[in-house]
Ligand binder design. Structure first.
Ligand SMILES: CC[C@@H]1C(=O)N(C)c2cncnc2N1C1CCCC1
Length: 308
């Protein structure tokens, strides 16, 4: 085992010495590690930076798969939007480079996969855990919006977790930059998972579409499935435009109330991110200061204390 300047121990035997990736623009050599999964055109691997012994997550896209100019443009747009963002709850961009056969996007590594995997294991999360993750998500989205960017694809699979159980917002593949105050976007190139009604109906959308998606994320974490999920995409879209969703009776009033505010059909009626953390859901309930990685598989028991 080796350790890097952050003192993080890295088991370099997980990395294949036969698979070298060289970035000539920064004279950096990487060893390719285990396959993390697929995301769009990309095959994603752990990458070990041999200069620093740090592990990154690399999106490797074969040039043959992005032969058409607009496909390459989409990749460059994603990099363009993510490269200047620097925040605790946003995945950090490390580098972009190309070689003969691939383009490479090198990103911050998140060892504990995403909220999709956590929910698959746990079925539902406790309210304190939801408060913990939603607070980090709000902080990250506030930062992204302050950078004049709308993410447009906030979903459980884009909420990655590191070994400290810190949430990191990933994948700016559907994101867009707001060029002027009041600008309304009319189209999205792709299909957001938790798509807002105003995006579906192409009535013009902006930052409020991310608040809608945040409401869908919170509902899914608490209830175990998204609010508008049905057997077919068409039926789901009918539910979204009809704003028809309901809660199991065990969901608390403060959770219901906050989710209803985020899922307001009218974008202007949704909470503004600067006031979200004052909502009763966040202020009147136990807020864990940290979560153990055991929460990925087992429900935690929080110290029950009575205010006296
Ligand atoms: C590299 C792609 C994506 C990602 O964006 N990051 C930052 C990440 C960081 N660490 C682990 N996995 C990551 N992923 C996974 C790979 C498969 C699906 C999403």
């Amino acid at each position: 085992r080796e350790s890097n300047k952050d003192g993080v121990n890295v088991n370099i035997s997980n990395f294949d010495p036969n698979y070298i990736i060289y970035d000539s623009s920064t004279d950096t050599t990487y060893l390719r590690g285990r396959l993390l999964g697929k995301g769009g055109f990309a095959r994603c691997y752990e990458l070990l930076d041999l200069n620093t012994n740090k592990v990154y997550a690399g999106k490797i896209i074969a040039k043959s798969r992005i032969a058409k100019p607009h496909q390459k443009q989409k990749i460059l747009r994603e990099v363009e939007l993510q490269k200047d963002l620097k925040h605790k709850h946003v995945v950090e961009f490390h580098s972009y480079f190309e070689d003969e056969e691939n383009v490479y996007i090198v990103l911050e590594n998140c060892n504990r996969k995403s909220l999709v995997h956590m929910l698959k294991h746990r079925k539902t999360l406790t309210e304190p855990e939801v408060r913990y993750f939603m607070t980090q998500l709000v902080e990250g989205i506030k930062y992204i919006h302050r950078s004049n960017i709308i993410h447009r694809d906030l979903k459980l699979g884009n909420m990655l977790l590191n070994d400290d159980m810190q949430l990191k917002i990933a994948d700016f593949g559907l994101a867009t930059r707001v060029e002027y105050k009041g600008e309304k976007k009319m189209t999205v190139c792709g299909t957001p998972n938790y798509i807002a009604p105003e995006v579906l109906q192409k009535r013009g959308h902006s930052y409020e579409a991310d608040v809608w998606a945040m409401g869908c994320v919170m509902y899914a974490l608490l209830v175990g499935h998204p609010p508008f999920e049905t057997a077919t995409l068409k039926e789901t879209y009918v539910r979204i435009t009809g704003n028809s969703f309901s809660f199991p009776d065990w969901v608390s009033p403060s959770s219901r109330n906050f989710i209803k505010r985020c899922l307001a059909h009218e974008p202007d009626l949704r909470p503004k991110l600067d006031e979200v953390l004052q909502d009763e859901f966040f202020s009147a309930g136990h807020m864990p200061s940290f979560l153990s990685v055991s929460c990925c598989t087992n429900a935690p028991r929080f110290p029950v204390y009575t205010k006296f």
